[in-house]
Design a protein around this ligand. Structure first.
Ligand code: FES
Ligand SMILES: [Fe+2]
Length: 449
């Protein structure tokens, strides 16, 4: 058995889709983390920034790509390049700022200087020390292999053989980004919120689809009217220590959820627009614009759940995009890009911004509550005994009839764990180092989940 075959066999036991069980080691094993860095984050198309963040020549934004950082730079001809932020002399970062505007990048170690396109244009001591023998053209900054934008969302990949961005995203990934792009003319509010959670990145990623937890985790947010409440929990509901029903509320369930699963691991999961509106949610006015209706299509227009572009970009209903940036098996940086509609009134912009920063980010009500769960779940993956207790993703297992329509593969069902399982099944294929063609085939939805 080759090393890759042994790995594939191990991964098949770690993610058991038939039983709906996950081995906790995938959240703690340093070798798995290394594989994630090389086989997912150095291969997949990754969201880098929005074009509105770098409108002028010389504008740049530093974005994470696995263990590398790239400088996404607006060029003289208005095109965009993404340069790896490491000096080709001795490796120092050539830029220490997270964003800004420059004429060139001068390394602070010995002063090698690179232009906006990454060409080495200045070497201190070129004549006196190097005797004019250094060929500057040989030492440009490295670049991503491919860079493309979808409606202003800039993505990059280190893999020259990756399919075009539009194909990678497919209808489900594109619909996910349309949830922001089709609101009208949008731009990123200056200042990306970044903070650190002691969690494995996958807990934060899969929680995107978890509509089982709000009724418990976010009970305080419900109590203050921040998120909608509906019917009481069923008889299997949570109880106090004395056995009394908590009387907690839940989002509507019966057949009011839509799950979309898609190639390469993208997914959308959560309630329908109708279900959210039934609880008083009024956040969809923008979707009634004819242009938005045309872009979303009849199926997409019903979606009010959470889209997730594999591996780590979550788009919220409130026009934010979050990156879950893995730093180690137990540490994740969370980045929040917050969007505003340029043509909205100042009052409307203020209202949206207030809702955005009160929900997510370091001061966000919801994410503080979520972060506690993820940190504890991560911690328990290290326990001598607890690490051997498999995780369960059995809700709706085997009952998810997939309907193929309009380029989408969707399941209509009560609250379920289909999208989480889909994410881990796809994750497993990425980690096996599967070729692009096979990866696409093996992550093409079938008839049931
Ligand atoms: S490491 Fe950058 S100039 Fe030496
Ligand atoms: Fe949550």
């Amino acid at each position: 058995m080759t090393a890759d075959e042994a790995l594939a066999a191990k991964l098949d036991t770690y993610v058991d889709a038939h039983r709906g069980e996950i081995d906790r080691r995938i959240f703690s094993d340093p070798e798995i983390f290394d594989l994630e860095m090389t086989r997912i984050f150095s291969r997949a198309w990754l969201f880098l920034c929005h074009e509105s963040q770098i409108p002028k020549r010389g504008d740049f934004f530093e974005a994470p790509m696995g263990r590398d950082n790239v400088l996404v730079v607006r060029q003289k001809d208005k095109s965009i390049k993404a340069l790896v932020n490491t000096c080709t002399h001795r490796g120092n970062a050539v830029c220490r700022a997270e964003e800004g505007n420059v004429k060139n990048f001068m390394c602070t170690y010995h002063g090698w200087t690179f232009d906006l396109a990454g060409e080495l244009v200045g070497v201190p001591g070129m004549r006196d020390f190097y005797r004019d023998e250094l060929d500057k053209s040989k030492y440009p900054l490295r670049q991503v292999a491919q860079l493309e934008s979808y409606k202003g969302f800039v993505f990059g990949t280190f893999d020259p053989t990756a399919p075009p961005l539009a194909d990678f995203l497919g209808p489900t990934g594109r619909l996910s980004l349309d949830m922001i792009a089709e609101r009208g003319e949008v731009e990123v509010v200056p200042g990306i919120q970044k903070f650190v959670l002691n969690t494995n990145w996958k807990f934060a990623a899969d929680n995107t689809f978890d509509f089982y937890h709000p009724q418990i985790t976010h009970i305080s947010a419900q109590a203050v009217g921040m998120i909608p409440t509906a019917e009481s929990l069923d008889s299997g509901g949570a109880k106090t220590d004395e056995g009394k029903s908590l009387g907690v509320q839940r989002l509507p369930t019966d057949l009011d959820n839509i799950v979309m699963v898609a190639e390469y691991g993208h997914a959308i999961s959560g309630p329908t627009r109708k279900a959210v509106e039934a609880t008083g949610g009024k956040i969809f006015a923008w979707r009634d614009r004819p242009e938005a209706q045309a872009a979303l299509g009849p199926v997409g227009a019903q979606v009010a759940g959470h889209p997730h572009v594999f591996p780590s970009a979550w788009i919220t209903l409130g026009a934010q995009l979050s990156l879950r940036v893995p730093r180690s098996p137990s540490v994740t940086e969370v980045w929040w890009f917050t969007f505003r509609e340029k043509n909205a009134s100042p009052e409307e912009q203020k209202e949206l911004l207030s809702a955005q920063i009160h929900s997510f980010g370091p001061a966000g009500f919801l994410e503080q509550e979520d972060g506690e769960n993820w940190s504890q779940s991560t911690l328990q993956t290290h326990g001598t005994i607890s690490k051997n207790v498999p995780q369960q993703l059995k809700m709706g297992l085997g009952r998810g009839k997939i309907r193929h329509e309009g380029g989408f593969a969707r399941i209509e069902a009560p609250v379920n764990e289909h999208a989480q399982l889909w994410t881990y099944q796809s994750w497993k294929e990425w980690l096996k180092g599967t070729s692009w063609d096979d990866l696409r085939e093996r992550t093409t939805p079938g008839e049931y989940l």
